[in-house]
Write a protein that binds this ligand. Structure first.
Ligand code: ZN
Length: 563
């Protein structure tokens, strides 16, 4: 692209051109003001260079040679000065275009199948607004025209599915700057979905031998001192609240923090009695709402927020139990994720870093149990050697959504720090006190972030078991409104999530609204339907399904929910 720009325009000064997450850019200084009108011309020249099949040749030169070469390129000369003394200076030549570059490059221009210019924007030299403004040209490239087209389509599709856009259109949630940035309000339809997820989640946890806890949302500074959060996590916490207690000479001031994590409270529950090895394992889960002081720049819709509900659990167990516990936790995660259609799962295993707490043998046993669970469930994984937290090894599970994008959801994390700090014990078979293993785990991550991912995964068209509104009844005229209301009540009695569109509009307009709301089933009721005591069914998947009795429709819906 840079070669093409130099060919077409005069007196182009080049800065740098790195690759980015989804493409590349190059910063130029030139008199001509670049605009999308120039893209065709530049792309044509790029195509010519690609078709010429020019090799990229690496040339290593001395600093003086490089300076001589770039004497007309002031930015290059400054960038050259950034290269530390003693490091090799390399140039890449492609036809008559030469750039300062560390490499590596593809061998020849024909290896680049297709390029598309995306946009142009102003950009300060070295990102400093005191400096000269350059023109930044963004592009994308891929191995073939087809591959590039597919990728551009995926980006367009992702834009259409953006949960911030759909969340507003479907009235699922909002975030209000008046209430505070990064704080989520779940609207009736979003709340319906959340409750369905929560009900499913609780039921599955009881089935898998978990118990539920509810614990406080704020705790005294002392608790966060003991847990270590005030030592190593204070920046992630909201500032404290001071609370006056007692009166006169007995008065004191306590300091409270809103919780960034649930763990210290679960530990408080553990510490209320003594446990023997026979009482273990304990599996305690909580849909625990936490608050974290996320910085302005990193917040993004539902994906990065300041208040969120973790689907948290802590497992306390003996060394003998650890292997089975980790294995069944991973199995459980796969089952829960599979229910939402996430079956393409990969994992990261993060092992002991240089600085770590806890006994090395315990680290080894914990890491081994994580690895053998991944092997037993045939989950492909990468090992991040030394990438674990100082307090224990962990695995993170990543899913792929309907667009093939990867999201990290589940995590299983050992903790050798908190049991030590809170002095947790159990009585072993030998009658002596031992320290239990403690594992933090979340399967969905947080309900808010998971909801954002789900909205994009389903493009807002939630399957019948999750749809906030499963059925919408459309009376053709006002005369069928009473009949429609009778059916609505019948369906409500059968726990169907249903509404009536009683607006005074043409049927076509009502159907269009139903489609925009992505309702799985619409029941159309006209005069003949009312007389015959039936409903005309129109489904999101199949379209017109004909007339049937309300009872038959309830069976039809139940099948769809089960599927
Ligand atoms: Zn925890």
């Amino acid at each position: 692209m840079a070669a093409a720009v130099c060919k077409i325009f005069d007196n182009v000064k080049l800065d740098i051109g790195p690759s980015t997450e989804d493409g590349f850019y190059y910063d130029f200084d030139l008199e001509h003001r670049l605009s999308p009108d120039d893209f065709k011309k530049i792309e044509k020249e790029i195509r010519r260079i690609i078709n010429a099949d020019l090799p990229f040749e690496r040339v290593e030169v001395s600093r003086d040679e490089a300076k001589e070469y770039f004497k007309e390129q002031p930015f290059k000369l400054e960038r050259l000065d950034d290269i530390p003394e003693g490091e090799i200076v390399s140039l890449y030549r492609c036809g008559d275009f030469v750039d300062l570059c560390r490499g590596p490059h593809v061998e020849k221009t024909s290896d680049v199948g297709a390029v598309k210019l995306m946009s142009v924007a102003g950009s300060y030299y070295r990102g400093d607004e005191k400096n000269h403004m350059l023109q930044r040209l963004y592009g994308m490239a891929d191995v073939s025209r087809e591959a590039l087209k597919a990728r551009l389509q995926q980006i367009a599709e992702a834009k259409k599915r953006d949960h911030r856009k759909l969340g507003k259109e479907l009235e699922l949630y909002s975030i209000s700057d008046d209430a505070g940035p990064g704080l989520v309000h779940w609207h009736p339809k979003g709340a319906r979905i959340r409750i369905l997820i929560e009900d499913f989640w609780r039921k599955e946890h009881y089935r898998n031998g978990y118990e539920m806890l509810f614990t406080p949302h704020v705790g005294k500074a002392q608790l966060w001192e003991t847990s270590g959060h005030l030592g190593f996590y204070k920046e992630g916490m909201f500032p404290s609240m001071k609370v006056a207690e007692g009166e006169g000479s007995h008065s004191s001031v306590d300091e409270y923090y809103v919780r960034p994590m649930n763990c210290p409270f679960h530990i408080q529950v553990y510490k209320t009695r003594r446990y023997s090895y026979r009482d273990l394992p304990l599996r305690w889960a909580e849909l625990g709402t936490v608050y974290r002081y996320e910085k302005e720049g990193v917040r993004h819709g539902l994906l990065r927020v300041r208040g969120f509900t973790q689907d948290d659990a802590h497992i306390f167990c003996t060394p003998e139990q650890i292997e089975d516990e980790v294995r069944s936790t991973v199995k459980f995660a796969l089952r829960i994720l599979g229910r939402f259609g996430f079956t393409d799962i990969t994992a990261f295993l993060s092992t002991r870093p240089e600085k770590a707490v806890g006994i090395p043998e315990r680290w080894e046993q914990a890491t081994r149990s994580l690895e053998s669970a991944l092997k037993a469930e045939s989950i492909p994984y990468e090992v991040d050697e030394g990438g674990g937290a100082f307090y224990g090894p962990k695995i993170d599970l990543k899913i792929k959504d309907a667009l093939g994008r990867a999201w990290q959801l589940s995590t299983v994390q050992f903790d050798f720090n908190l049991p030590e700090r809170f002095d947790l014990t159990y009585i072993g078979e030998d009658g002596k006190e031992h320290q239990p293993y403690m594992v933090h785990r979340a399967l969905l991550g947080s309900l808010e972030r998971f909801f954002g991912i789900l909205i994009e995964h389903y493009a807002g068209a939630f399957p019948p078991w999750l749809a906030p509104e499963q059925v919408r009844i459309l009376p053709i005229s006002e005369k069928q409104l009473d009949y429609a209301k009778t059916i609505e009540q019948k369906l409500r009695n059968a726990d169907v999530r249903v509404s009536v569109d009683g607006d005074n509009e043409k049927l076509g307009a009502k159907i269009r609204k139903g489609q925009l709301s992505k309702v799985p089933f619409m029941l159309i009721v006209g005069e003949r339907d009312a007389d015959a005591g039936v409903v005309s069914v129109r489904s999101r998947e199949k379209g017109d399904e004909g007339a049937m009795s309300v009872e038959d429709f309830i069976t039809r819906l139940a099948e769809a929910v089960k599927a």
